[in-house]
Design a protein around this ligand. Structure first.
Ligand SMILES: Nc1ncnc2c1ncn2[C@@H]1O[C@H](COP(=O)(O)OP(=O)(O)O)[C@@H](O)[C@H]1O
Ligand SMILES: [Mg+2]
Length: 245
């Protein structure tokens, strides 16, 4: 399979006063086109830092990074922002929707930044909301939506520019088990349609939705393994008595 993202020797240091935090200490990886890759590891292991760097939201201290074969480390901020807007969709744990803005307008935002005209924006935003099953909620504000619905709006926003990859940072972390499962099914379905996905989680059951898991610890990738994939849509069977809490 072709690589969508390749990174070698990524280092990220944060300096706080005289103290240096080594968030990434030399991470190399490839994300293959069409795969569902999971980054798993305990809190503080560098998962978000790595995801943000892969998505051009942050810049590494050193190392190389290519997206679809193109070097992104050498790009200036503006070119990187254009690439991010065009090729990458993000989904965050906290949804990150604008509160005083309808679902439709939230989804339109990336298109606004991309300079797409109003009519075309609305048409494509409606289409993206339809894709996540929210056609009946386009005029709702985030506060009028459940957590699961808000995350689906965020997925629609990530999809609206027709990106090549979606990066999701603990997308079920703020949801109850049932809504979380709906979001995972949504991601499984996108992947089945050919979308490349990278998802961060610290939960094994969530990680098992991926094709492949990279385990992180203390700023390093410590293991690389396949999943059985049997938690995918249609195969999920909770043992009786395993409560949601
Ligand atoms: N902006 C920042 N400034 C200083 N330290 C940071 C910053 N972001 C993350 N860190 C530190 O880098 C390490 C990795 O953080 P992070 O990538 O958020 O881990 P994870 O997502 O696995 O919980 C942690 O020690 C964290 O405290
Ligand atoms: Mg994190």
């Amino acid at each position: 399979m072709e690589d969508f993202i390749r990174a070698t020797g990524l280092v990220k240091n944060y300096t706080l006063g005289s103290h240096v935090i080594e968030a990434l200490r030399g991470v190399s990886l490839a994300v293959r086109k069409g795969e569902f890759l999971v980054l798993m590891g305990p809190s503080g292991s560098g998962k978000s830092t790595l995801l943000h760097i892969m998505g051009c939201l942050d810049h590494p201290t050193s190392g190389t990074l290519t997206i679809q074969g193109k070097d992104v480390i050498g790009l200036n901020d503006n070119s990187r922002a254009v690439l991010r807007n065009r090729d990458i969709g993000f989904v965050f744990q906290q949804f990150n929707l604008l509160p005083r803005t309808t679902a439709l307008s939230n989804v339109e935002l990336p298109l606004l930044y991309a300079g797409v005209g109003s009519g075309e924006r609305k048409r494509r935003a409606r289409e993206a909301l339809d894709r996540v099953g929210l056609s009946h909620r386009i005029s709702h504000y985030p506060s009028q939506l459940s957590g699961g619905e808000q995350q689906r709006v965020a997925i629609a926003r990530a999809l609206v520019n027709d990106p090549g990859i979606i990066l999701a940072d603990e997308p079920t972390g703020n949801l109850d088990t049932r809504s979380g499962m709906e979001i995972l099914n949504e991601l499984d379905e996108l992947n089945a349609q050919g979308m490349t996905l990278v998802m961060v989680t610290h939960e094994r059951e969530v990680a098992d939705h991926g094709d492949r898991i990279l385990e992180m610890r203390d700023g390093l990738v410590t293991a690389n393994g396949s999943t059985s994939g049997d938690r995918r849509s249609g195969f999920v069977e909770e043992p009786p008595g395993r409560g949601d809490g």
